[in-house]
Write a protein that binds this ligand. Structure first.
Ligand SMILES: Nc1ncnc2c1ncn2[C@@H]1O[C@H](COP(=O)(O)OP(=O)(O)OP(=O)(O)O)[C@@H](O)[C@H]1O
Ligand SMILES: [Mg+2]
Length: 448
């Protein structure tokens, strides 16, 4: 524990883990002021800038790898961020955009704190699938900050609603992310009665597709404010497109510089963050068994159709030329499970005379991430598939023992990530997307 005396004109940069108590004076942190005898914490691997508004004494307790350093005002963005965000009206939706490690999450916290300080009930959405701080990876989550409550990090809040997006690769599912964020905004505004909603996004901003995604998000959400955090030229194309599309307010488009001293996360840091994320939501483990005929997988039609009879099985075996352990006629195509385990990928085979067979290796399901959803498609819990038994259509899923709402499970949604038993990502299973595409094709053919 150390006591630090600091006067206005100087700044402190605190890297967590750290617990700070203001003994006397007044300091500004992430949109709020902390007076004498108030406390806040900085989480591990996060840096927070503390600005004294009066001469102040702080008591700082550092954890392992925590540190405190003095910073000069001119090397920090704290005043620029505060000035700019004080000028915008925080009622309505504010979207934060920017590349990786530019401080999007930090800005989300700051906006939420400021709105809370203004007496608003604040909704927060974390739409960053890869580096989600509110909920587990591969999800979009919504939380509420009550008026007068302040946080130093999103991880301090518990999500009130979540949606499962199947993967951490936003480029594969961005149209679905747009829908999920919209649904959560509606939920926060209409059910939770939050007048302010702040949305944190992912760092995918520089490619044409990324710009298309961000423009679509803005078009659908119609935010009052867009805050773009700039570092170098990463957001040039995005900002140009936004300004062309929205020449007048709203939305107000505010461009801000990234903190120069921001902590850059390595790929390894990011992977560890995700794996800790899975672990946190899947432990302590317990297995549940569900009947796929009552609780179907909505994006994978296994156990939704008729098992093939012996004649058909023989026919398919001859066509495929190797043994299969199960085959069923789903809507529009056949699903066959090969007895071979070694082959990893799915094969989609065209049957002479029409029709398709989706051939999966035995054990294809082991370790896949799965979403357990309620009837409104909100995520109740994440799971890891252990096994599917084809003879009785039972699925065994490992979930956290903390999840008890089994009766609310309406259906399952298959993810595109395979985890090992230590919850490490071992494979991105992109063929789930191919099967979804087949299902979509089938349902659009039926509608015609
Ligand atoms: N003013 C600042 N000075 C120094 N470091 C900062 C400052 N603001 C934020 N940081 C640190 O920089 C890192 C990146 O910030 P943050 O996580 O907010 O960015 P991000 O854009 O959300 O990143 P990601 O792409 O990983 O989601 C964090 O460790 C954060 O604590
Ligand atoms: Mg972030």
């Amino acid at each position: 524990m150390q006591k630090i005396r600091i006067e206005p004109g100087k700044l402190l940069r605190v890297e967590g883990p750290a617990a700070i108590r203001v003994i006397d004076g007044e300091v500004y942190v992430l949109g709020v002021t902390y007076g004498a005898d108030s406390r806040f914490t900085v989480l591990r691997a996060r840096k927070v800038v503390v600005k004294p508004l009066k001469e102040s004494t702080l008591e700082i307790t550092l954890g392992p790898d925590g540190s405190v350093e003095e910073a000069r005002t001119e090397e920090e963005v704290i005043d620029i961020w505060e000035d700019a965000t004080s000028k915008i009206d925080l009622e309505g939706v504010t979207v934060i955009l920017g590349a990786m490690d530019v401080g999007k999450t930090t800005m989300t916290v700051m906006i939420a704190n400021k709105a809370s300080r203004a007496g608003h009930r604040v909704g927060i959405i974390d739409a960053d699938l890869g580096q989600n701080d509110l909920g587990p990876p591969a999800t979009v989550d919504a939380a509420v900050l009550e008026p007068g409550m302040y946080i130093t990090h999103l991880r301090m809040l518990k999500p009130v609603k979540a949606m499962f997006l199947k993967t951490t690769s936003v480029e594969r599912v961005w149209p679905e992310v747009v829908d999920a964020v919209k649904k959560l905004v509606d939920y926060l505004m209409n059910v939770e009665n939050t007048r302010t909603v702040v949305i944190n996004t992912d760092g995918w901003v520089s490619t044409d597709k990324a710009v298309e995604y961000k423009l679509k998000l803005v078009e659908v959400l119609q935010p009052r404010n867009i805050i773009v955090i700039r570092r170098g030229d990463e957001v040039d194309q995005l900002v140009k497109n936004l300004r062309e599309k929205y020449p007048s307010n709203p939305p107000s488009i505010v461009e801000l510089p990234a903190p120069p001293a921001a902590r850059i996360r390595t790929k390894e840091d990011r992977r560890i963050h995700r794996e800790m994320g899975y672990g946190k939501y899947l432990t302590p483990p317990r297995d549940i068994t569900l009947d796929l005929r009552k609780t179907p997988i909505v994006n994978f039609p296994i156990c939704s159709g008729m098992p093939a009879n012996q004649d058909l099985l023989n026919l398919i075996r001859r066509f495929i030329r190797h043994p299969i352990i199960y085959c069923e006629l789903a809507e529009g195509f056949m699903i066959a499970i090969s007895s071979q385990q070694e082959k990893k990928d799915v094969e989609v085979l065209n049957v002479p005379g029409g029709g398709k067979i989706v051939l999966l290796p035995n054990g294809w399901e082991r370790g896949l991430l799965v979403g357990l959803e309620d009837r409104d498609n909100f995520l109740l819990a994440l799971g890891r598939i252990k096994k599917i038994y084809y003879n009785n259509c039972k699925i065994v899923i490992t979930v956290s023992r903390n999840f008890t709402d089994i009766s609310k499970i309406d259906h399952l949604r298959l993810g595109m990530i395979r985890l090992n038993e230590q919850y490490e990502e071992v494979e991105k299973v992109n063929y789930i997307g191919r099967i979804e595409a087949l299902m979509r094709k089938r349902s659009s053919e039926q509608q015609q």
